[in-house]
Structure formats: C-alpha cells, structure tokens
Design a protein around this ligand. Structure first.
Ligand code: NAD
Length: 250
C-alpha cells in the first residue's frame, strides 16, 4: 500500500502495459481513472480493478490525441477525487514502414497519438498538479527512443519526443514538487508489440537480443512505475529508465 488513497489516471489502460499498470497502482492503494479509446476494454478494466482491489475505478473513454479528452479527464478527477496525484501517459500506437514508403497521414497520426497526447495531458492535468504542489508523472517512451530500427523511424521519433519532452518538463515542474520521468520498455508481449513477434523466428531473434533471456510481459513494467509514483523516488527527476531485460545500457 505504497500509494494509499492517491488519485491516478492511466491512458491506454484497456489492455497491455497500461492495464497492468492501472491494476498495479490500484493494488498499491490508488483510485484510478481508466482511459482508452476502446469502450469495452475500459469497462472490463474498471470491473477488474473494482473486483480485485476494492479501489474506486472510473471510466474515461476517449482519444487522448484530442484536447477535449484531457479536459474531460481533468474535470472528472477534480469532481470525483478533488485532486490528481499520479498521471501515466501510456496510450500509444505503432505504424511501421520504411521512410520512403511512409504516408504523411500516418506520420501525423502517430505523432498525434504518441506525442501530442502527452503534451496535452501534461499541460491540462499538469497545471492542476502544479497548483496543488504535488504530482507524479510517468510517460511511457521506449528503448526505440534511444536506438531506432528500420521500419520504425516514425515510431522511434515519437518516443524520442516523449523522452526529451519529459526531461525538459521535469525541470519546469520539479520547482513545484511535480516529478516527471519516463520509462523505456523493451520488447513487450502485447497487441502493439506483436508485430515484432508474429513468427517463431522473430520471437527467437528478439529473445536472443535480451540478456535476461526472455521477452517481457506487461507486468514487468509495474514495479518501476510504482516506485516512480511513490515518495521513495523523491530524488529521481527527469530520467528515462529502461525496463528491457538488459538490451540497452544507456
Ligand atoms: N509492446 C512493446 O513492445 C512496447 C515497447 C516499448 C514501448 N511501448 C509503449 O507502451 C505503451 C503501451 O503499449 P502496449 O504495448 O501496451 O500496447 P497495446 O496496444 O497493448 O495497448 C495500447 C492501448 O492504447 C489504446 N490507445 C491507442 N490509441 C489511443 C488513443 N488515441 N487514445 C486512447 N487510447 C488509445 C489502445 O486502444 C490500447 O488499448 C505505448 O505507448 C507503446 O508505444 C510498447
């Protein structure tokens, strides 16, 4: 119960990493707003949190690349909880492709969902954190931000944007006791991650890259995230921490 009675929001929490984190925060005592663009997944996650942890879970269906969604989440949290302690900007998409073939509309879309959403949430909910002089923001980047790959130039660029945005924002917000950090998952077995893992050959290729000797599951992201949302991480500011089984060392 390291986060007892804290009020949190997790975007893209309908499945994968976001869902694991939403459940992980609730197990540590948080009440959680569950956002996703897919309504049925939001309802399922809300139900699981309530049944498994007994904590409050509120649905907030919406597209986080749209300003209105951030406003809706801010208003919901202020009305129902009276504060916003923790924000997990996790929603993301992957659109793969070689740069020479990449469509401009896909570039705009991936930047809107992966990067602009983080700006909007940090601007609109972050303002509340600044005013209350307390907040923990964790933005989900990727090891792709530090070491790109072919077919992933646009995705890697969005994740580098998230990482450096978080670093700069941390210097603005720490003056108001609001912590901003990012986490950089490696190869995670999720809906988004399956493009890397849809054949046995690809799975083996990626397993061979991981010193830990296995691919990761969403639950592998929970421990670090809970730490970054707790007061134990009071001196951790503006970091981009890999959770990748040892693939990268920077
Ligand atoms: N899976 C990996 O290998 C991996 C590695 C590094 C980083 N990441 C990052 O982790 C985060 C979570 O990814 P995941 O692997 O759990 O993916 P996932 O596809 O399992 O889950 C992502 C969720 O985000 C939701 N979402 C998508 N667009 C949205 C929008 N506009 N508004 C609200 N919700 C939206 C989806 O509906 C989905 O439920 C992403 O930011 C991703 O880039 C994943």
């Amino acid at each position: 119960m390291r986060l007892k009675d804290k009020k949190a929001v997790v975007t893209g929490a309908g499945q994968g990493i976001g869902k694991a984190i939403a459940l992980g925060l609730a197990r540590e005592g948080c009440d959680v707003v569950v956002n996703d663009i897919l309504e049925d997944l939001v309802e399922e996650c809300v139900r699981e949190i309530q049944e498994e942890t007994g904590r409050k879970a509120l649905p907030a269906v919406g597209d986080v690349s749209q300003r209105d969604t951030a406003v809706k989440i801010r208003d919901l949290m202020q009305r129902e909880f009276g504060r916003i302690d923790i924000m997990l900007n996790n929603a993301g998409i992957m659109i793969s492709g070689l740069v020479v073939d990449y469509r401009e509309e896909d570039w705009d879309k991936i930047f809107a969902v992966n990067a602009k959403s983080v700006f909007l949430m940090c601007k609109i909910l972050g303002k509340v954190m600044v005013e209350q002089k307390y907040g923990k923001i964790v933005n989900v980047s990727s090891i792709g931000a530090k070491d790109g790959d072919k077919n992933q130039a646009a995705y890697a660029a969005t994740k580098a944007a998230v990482q450096n945005f978080s670093r700069s924002l941390s210097k603005e917000m720490i003056l108001h006791n609001v912590h901003v950090n990012s986490i950089c998952p490696g190869i995670v077995q999720t809906e988004l991650g399956k493009v890397n893992l849809d054949t046995e050959e690809k799975r083996q290729f990626f397993i061979n890259k991981v010193p830990r000797g296995r691919l990761s599951v969403p639950e592998d992201m929970v421990g670090l995230t809970v730490f970054l949302c707790s007061d134990e991480s009071d001196y951790v500011v503006g970091q981009a921490i890999n959770v990748d089984g040892g693939i990268l060392y920077f």
